[in-house]
Design a protein around this ligand. Structure first.
Ligand SMILES: [Zn+2]
Length: 356
């Protein structure tokens, strides 16, 4: 965090520029809050401590502040909110907000590269949130029915460390790391995690998955995904896969690293479902794509109980409409990521021979 300590930051400017509504929206919790009175007041379950009480967390939109009358017994401005939510220092929270919603503070920072972001999406993110998007009914922010697409991110993480040894440990080359935009994150939301950008079918960046290197401590998951992000409506690497080598079948794997290792081994037409069970939406995406291009599909899930179960289920569902081949990796825990090039060539006898 040495860099952040010396970075110039104007708290007042950030508080004046970014609204609490934008912050709540950024966390995917805005829609779960109820609007009351003139619409200035929002209330709901506290996004920081959780719980079930729907009045503990209260927001004043005009005053740009919040309060939790439950477990937190705290409140404040947008920076206080992010500091509590992320469990980070006030100053780091300000820097994080500035990274999400780039503005004057960032421009004044010396010798720091400009963030790579699409100005059109930033313009949208900086506009005040219209109140009509705030729902009156209670709605869980996580994994809904999938009818709402994931929104493209209004920012891109900068200063990711692409040389971090974790990626080499997972067998990835510098070229693969660059292609997938990987990097280790030393600040902000994903501090301490390897960041993996996820794009939608249009190729727009919609999330970063964070992977904790090594064995996670008790109670901590290996992966961290943004709150409100629906992985079940995306296929990792889809936008690259459909552009690559049109004669090869599309390979479906479970994880990010399986997909990246296959890509590196010359199988560019590979997508990951980011789990072991194919969602309804992912099924539709695969069917739509393969039927339109008259393409074959290969399932290459992990050789463990969850993978075998997921693969059998996916095969059953997809093969009603497509030509699908399921590759069996046995049941001793083998993963596509760890297959040697020779094994891969034997199991997937293309791109050399093409076809299945
Ligand atoms: Zn609270």
């Amino acid at each position: 965090m040495a860099q952040a300590k010396t970075a110039w930051v104007d708290f007042k400017e950030i508080k004046g520029r970014v609204s609490i509504v934008q912050i709540l929206e950024r966390y995917g919790v805005l829609e779960s809050l109820s609007k009351s009175g003139t619409g200035d007041r929002l209330s709901g379950v506290c996004p920081i401590h959780g719980g079930t009480n729907k009045t503990h967390f209260r927001v004043s939109v005009s005053k740009n502040c919040w309060n939790c009358f439950g477990k937190c017994q705290a409140g404040g401005n947008i920076i206080d909110f992010v500091a509590r939510k992320e469990d980070i220092e006030f100053r780091d929270a300000a820097l994080l907000i500035d990274e999400w919603f780039p503005g004057a503070s960032q421009e004044r920072r010396e010798r720091e590269p400009k963030p790579r972001f699409d100005t059109s999406t930033v313009a949208v993110a900086e506009a005040p949130m219209p109140h009509k998007t705030i729902q009156h009914q209670e709605r869980p922010a996580l994994e809904d029915d999938g009818s709402e697409p994931n929104k493209p991110l209004a920012f891109a993480l900068t200063k990711l460390d692409a040389d971090h040894p974790y990626f080499a440990e997972r067998g990835l080359t510098a070229e693969t790391i660059a292609t997938f935009g990987l990097g280790f994150c030393n600040k902000g939301l994903l501090r301490g995690y390897a960041a993996i950008p996820i794009h939608d079918t249009n190729g727009d960046l919609v999330a970063y998955a964070g992977r904790l290197p090594g064995t996670p401590p008790d109670g901590k998951g290996k992966y961290k995904l943004p709150e409100g992000f629906k992985k079940s409506i995306e296929l990792f690497n889809y936008h690259r896969a459909v552009e690559s080598d049109h004669e090869a079948p599309l390979v479906v794997v479970e994880g990010f690293f399986d997909a990246m290792r296959l890509h590196q081994a010359g199988y560019g037409r590979v997508v990951a479902i980011m789990g072991s069970s194919l969602s309804q939406k992912q099924e539709e995406m695969l069917l739509d794509h393969c039927e339109a291009s008259d393409e074959k599909l290969i399932l290459l899930f992990d050789g463990d109980e969850a993978g075998r179960k997921g693969q059998t289920d996916a095969l059953w569902r997809l093969s009603k409409r497509l030509y699908v081949r399921a590759v069996d990796l046995g049941s001793d825990g083998k993963q596509p990521e760890h297959l040697s090039l020779e094994d891969l060539r034997a199991l997937l006898p293309f791109p050399r021979g093409k076809g299945v």
